[in-house]
Ligand binder design. Sequence first.
Ligand SMILES: CC(C)(COP(=O)(O)OP(=O)(O)OC[C@H]1O[C@@H](n2cnc3c(N)ncnc32)[C@H](O)[C@@H]1OP(=O)(O)O)[C@@H](O)C(=O)NCCC(=O)NCCS
Length: 144
Amino acid sequence: MNPATEIRIARIDDAAAVAVLLGELGYPASVEQAAARLVGLQRTACAVTYVASRAGNVCGLATVHSHASLNRDQPSVQLTLLVVSAQARGSGAGKRLVQAAEEWARDCGAQRLVVSTAVHRAGAHAFYETLGYELTGRRYARVL
Ligand SMILES: CC(C)(COP(=O)(O)OP(=O)(O)OC[C@H]1O[C@@H](n2cnc3c(N)ncnc32)[C@H](O)[C@@H]1OP(=O)(O)O)[C@@H](O)C(=O)NCCC(=O)NCCS
């Protein structure tokens, strides 16, 4: 039987596991870098970092950001990072992390949660569509 998945706010002592997950997502970082970024996110009220943990081992990571906008009265909330370790995929950790992000977004007063995902992440596209997310636009980026 799979151990139960716990979703909780990330702590600084998760930095080593967070660094591994960032590497899996394609954004390699040292433990020190991961720790500094966790501290930075902890210091802002408009962002939260969640981890998924099984039997005490961190196996998933998500960040969510909220910002005021002119488009709507409600804040705009975005799921800015989501990854589940390769060994833990397919058993509900990603879905639980998204549910935690949605709950946080509701608590911020948002009426929707937005996520942008790279064109090549076909698995993530299928995952978000399974969870009821609709394709609503394109993302453009330019190296500065
Ligand atoms: C996308 C990702 C976070 C999904 O996490 P996960 O824990 O494997 O997903 P879950 O087990 O919670 O799956 C939830 C649902 O999505 C479906 N799903 C998940 N991955 C899928 C895939 N690749 N193709 C089709 N459906 C998928 C599951 O079947 C499940 O459906 P159900 O609720 O009807 O049973 C994970 O695969 C991952 O980290 N991928 C690499 C990084 C990435 O692409 N991140 C997103 C960047 S925006």
